[in-house]
Design a binder for this molecule. Sequence first.
Ligand SMILES: Nc1ncnc2c1ncn2[C@@H]1O[C@H](COP(=O)(O)OP(=O)(O)OP(=O)(O)O)[C@@H](O)[C@H]1O
Ligand SMILES: [Mg+2]
Length: 627
Amino acid sequence: MASKTSRDVLSRGLGVLRQAIREQPRIFSVAVVGSVLFGGMIIVSARVVGSVIGDVALPAIERGEVGAGTLALAATALFGISVLRVAGIFGRRLGAGYMQYRLQASYRRRVTRRYLELPLSWHHRNSTGTLLSNANSDVEAAWYPIAPLPFAVGTLVMLVGAIVSLFATDWALALVGLAVFPALFALNVVYSRRMAPRQARAQRLRAEVSGIAHESFDGALVVKTMGREAQETARFAGRAGELRDSLIAVGRLRGIFDPLLETLPSLGTLAVLVVGAFRLRQGAISVTELVSVAFLFTVLAFPVRAIGWVLAELPRSVAGWDRVRRVLDATGEMPYGQRVLDRAGAGPATLTFDDVHYSYPPAEAHPPGAQVLGEVGFTVPAGRTVALVGPTGAGKSTIASLAVRLVDPDSGTVCLDGVDVRELTSASLAGTVALVAQVPFIFDDTVRANIALDRPGVDDEVVWAALRLAEADGFVAALPDGLDTMVGERGTSLSGGQRQRLTLARALAGRPRLLVLDDATSAVDPRVEAAILAGLRSSTSAAGVPAASILVVAYRRATIALADEVIYVEQGRVVARGTHSELLATVPGYVDLVTAYEQAEVERAQESSYGDDVAPLPSGLEIEVDR
Ligand SMILES: Nc1ncnc2c1ncn2[C@@H]1O[C@H](COP(=O)(O)OP(=O)(O)OP(=O)(O)O)[C@@H](O)[C@H]1O
Ligand SMILES: [Mg+2]
């Protein structure tokens, strides 16, 4: 069983190597030529050293004189060999490095491109940590054996050359070689087999340790406020200790095998000297030949290790490759259609949900197959504002994702201007709809870059118009560098409400025909929120951003009251629809929800705990705006 799996790993590992060679054949050839040159020079150098000792040094010692010509010839030969060897090493190292890093870069690109192509449903099933390690350590691990590969190939060629050279010298010495070389090879195989699981364990622990570190830094706020520093440190220390132990296990194995791998060729040299002395006395070989062979054994040990390096890396490479392939071969891509919605002067778009059913794909954290949405049908008429109201977990964000086609329904249709969103091209869809998500995301870049996103036609004028509509122009103008101000990673230098308004401005800058706001202004002062929505409803092209149809997930009475229609959802079903006042009069659940939320708002406002725009909720606001 064990040998079957390791044979399996070996054959699949060789498959990965074949793939690498197929992708970078020319660079690989350069590296192998360098390596073969190096190996050839080792064999030649053994002959030359033998000849220098046997034909130059010995006669000189015996006769006490040495010809200047001979000496010069020997020196030139040794120097020439060194130069060629250096050239070989250079070619091999350069080629192997190029090949390894090129493959890494190319596969990193492929993996990250694939992430962006894969639908949200795939991302729901895979954690950020996994995505990071797929693009980083897995890609690296897959191509680790590439570094020593050309060396190992060159070494194999060299071993064959060495055996041939031994047979050409003397059959008895060749037999020593035939005993030692396979033993060296076998020792390498045993070594790499023992090493592989230990290396794999260390690799896994490394990923876990960095995962824990990532999580505790990311959740620094929770860790600190909950007083979890000691537990987090202990959790980290536990894994760090395991990593230490597993690295020590690697070191211990190395400590045993490295000296063995050094000793074996020395034993070979010893055997050569014993057998060689005997054959010398028989007159079967010369001193030159004996010295060459002995020297060959001493210089051979190191290159042979390269074969072990490749074998040792193969299991890790196969594991990394499997994980990379899992991303590259992942299905569930959402193919885009060919249709384009006419933009020019088209005005706001109409959104229609017709009998939409949706369930999230099974994931570890969720029970499989639970239906999240059923029989959802509603329309956002062109230029109208529809509010989506419902208790937490009712499916509002899921409806928002369907509306902008982050996910596709299991059955039923989502249409824009009567066209199924699955028939639209990616560009047409992106140009027509914009989602402002529940959790704002800010890039580590300037305010301008965050809003314009390099989209054609989004100049500063449009950016400012969008900021005005999002009620964000005031605070942006007050920033030290205005639009050029850098906002830190994930917008850490901004308040929650500021972040939300920047992401809203980003959506508006694309001049969408349908705007989907998923609780997008929850951290903004209620008055400002109502002002934003009122502004969006009445905006015209004159304001710089044309009016759009709006689907807004909201809780606040002041905001909901601005909508033309309210759709009330509970447990993934549309329970009621109508104007705010109609629902207040007829749907008890709706009244409870809106009132409870209002109560919480009032309490929150009294503690004046808004991140920015600290303004207490004026009592009676809801009555003012209501109806
Ligand atoms: N990625 C996911 N995988 C599986 N189930 C999910 C996923 N996201 C949400 N759900 C489930 O789908 C249901 C609807 O979630 P959704 O996020 O649409 O609710 P919501 O109405 O937006 O809630 P909230 O008001 O809290 O934002 C919930 O029961 C939730 O547990
Ligand atoms: Mg939600």
